[in-house]
Design a protein around this ligand. Structure first.
Ligand code: AVJ
Length: 319
C-alpha cells in the first residue's frame, strides 16, 4: 500500500528545480530513466565510498595501483611544472599519487561541492607546502574559466575513476572537446577508463554479495521520496545490473516488482510488473576504442598504462 504522508509545514524544504524536472521527465518517458548524478547526495556518496572498497569492485583499487606504480611515467608525460586540473575532484587521494612526484607546480581541483572542495584544498596545502592550490567551484561538464593564477602555466588535465564511462559516447566526445578547449594547446590529459572484459567480472562488480550497490541504486528513489515528496515503496523495486555487450556498457536498473502507481509533484507514474527505470550506464572501452573516441574530440592518443590483468587503463592524450 502506498500511503503518502506529507511533511508537516515546518519540515517542508525547498525543491531543487533541476532534480524535479529531470525526475519528472525521466519517469514520464516511454522508457523510464533517471540521471546517475542524483545518486550522490551525502548518503549516496557514502555508499559509493563503500562500493570502492568491495572485493568485487575492482576499478578503484586497480586504478590506484596503476597511479602508484606508474606515477613517475604518468607525470613524465605531462609538461614540466604544469598546473594539474582535476575534473570532478571528489577526494584528492588519486591526485596526491601524482603530486607526490613534485614535478607539478599547481593543483586546480574542480568540483560542484564548494564546502568539500575547500576542506580538501586546505588539507593538501598543509601536506604539500610547495604546491599552489587553486580550487574552482564549477560543474565540470560545462565550460568554466581556469583561475588567472595558472594562466601562464602549461596544463595537465586529470579525469580518473572511469567517470567518463557514465557519459553516452557522443557526450563523452563533447566533454573531451570542452576539456581540450579549457586546457588549451600543448596540454596533456590523463584519463582513467575501465576496460572491456569478461561478463562474470563485470556483473559481479555491480552485483556485490553485500548488497551495497543495490542500496546505492535505490538511493535515488529514497531521494525522490525525501526531496520531491515522492511516495515510492522502495521494497517493491529490485536492483538489476547487466552487461550489455553489444552497447559496451553495464546498465543499472530498478525493476518494479508489481503493477503500481507512484506519485510525485502532482504526477502519477504508472509501472507495469517487471518495468524498469534505467538509472545508470557505465561504458567500458578497449584501449583502441577509447583512443578512437579521443581522436574524435581532437586529442592525440599518447601513452597508455594498464595493470597486468588488463582490468583498467590510464590514458595520456596530447592536445
Ligand atoms: C563512478 C561512474 C565510475 O560506473 O563504476 C559504481 C559508479 N555505479 N557502482 C561506475 C558505480 C555502480 C561508477 N562510476
Amino acid at each position: 500500500m502506498n500511503v503518502h504522508v506529507s511533511a508537516p509545514a515546518d519540515k517542508r524544504h525547498s525543491i531543487d528545480p533541476a532534480f524535479a524536472r529531470d525526475a519528472v521527465r525521466g519517469l514520464s518517458a516511454e522508457h523510464k530513466s533517471l540521471p546517475p548524478k542524483y545518486f550522490y547526495d551525502e548518503r549516496g556518496s557514502d555508499l559509493f565510498e563503500k562500493i570502492t572498497r568491495l572485493p568485487e569492485y575492482y576499478p578503484t583499487r586497480t586504478e590506484l595501483s596503476i597511479l602508484q606504480e606508474r606515477g613517475d611515467e604518468i607525470v613524465a608525460a605531462m609538461p614540466k611544472d604544469a598546473a594539474l586540473v582535476e575534473f570532478g575532484a571528489g577526494s584528492t587521494a588519486k591526485a596526491r599519487l601524482l603530486l607526490a612526484h613534485r614535478r607539478i607546480a599547481a593543483y586546480v581541483p574542480v568540483d560542484i561541492s564548494g564546502a568539500f572542495l575547500t576542506r580538501q584544498a586546505e588539507a593538501l596545502k598543509n601536506d604539500l607546502p610547495h604546491l599552489a592550490v587553486h580550487p574552482v567551484i564549477a560543474d565540470f561538464t560545462h565550460p568554466f574559466m581556469l583561475p588567472r593564477e595558472v594562466a601562464s602555466l602549461p596544463k595537465a588535465g586529470f579525469f580518473p575513476g572511469s567517470t567518463i564511462g557514465n557519459f553516452e559516447p557522443e557526450d563523452a566526445c563533447a566533454f573531451l572537446t570542452i576539456a581540450r578547449h579549457i586546457l588549451g594547446p600543448g596540454a596533456t590529459f590523463i584519463v582513467g577508463v575501465d576496460l572491456e572484459k569478461d561478463d562474470r567480472t563485470l556483473q559481479a562488480a555491480y552485483n556485490d554479495e553485500a548488497g551495497i550497490t543495490s542500496r546505492f541504486n535505490k538511493n535515488v528513489l529514497f531521494r525522490i521520496n525525501c526531496e520531491l515528496d515522492g511516495d515510492f515503496d522502495i521494497s517493491r523495486f529490485s536492483h538489476r545490473a547487466i552487461y550489455n555487450r553489444a552497447a559496451h556498457r553495464i546498465e543499472m536498473h530498478l525493476v518494479s516488482l508489481a503493477p503500481q502507481t507512484v506519485h510525485l509533484l502532482g504526477h502519477d507514474i504508472a509501472f507495469r510488473a517487471g518495468e524498469s527505470i534505467h538509472t545508470e550506464s557505465s561504458y567500458k572501452y578497449s584501449v583502441a576504442h577509447f583512443q578512437e573516441l579521443a581522436r574524435c574530440a581532437g586529442w592525440m592518443p599518447d601513452k597508455v598504462w594498464t595493470d597486468a590483468r588488463r582490468m583498467f587503463s590510464v590514458h595520456a592524450l596530447r592536445a
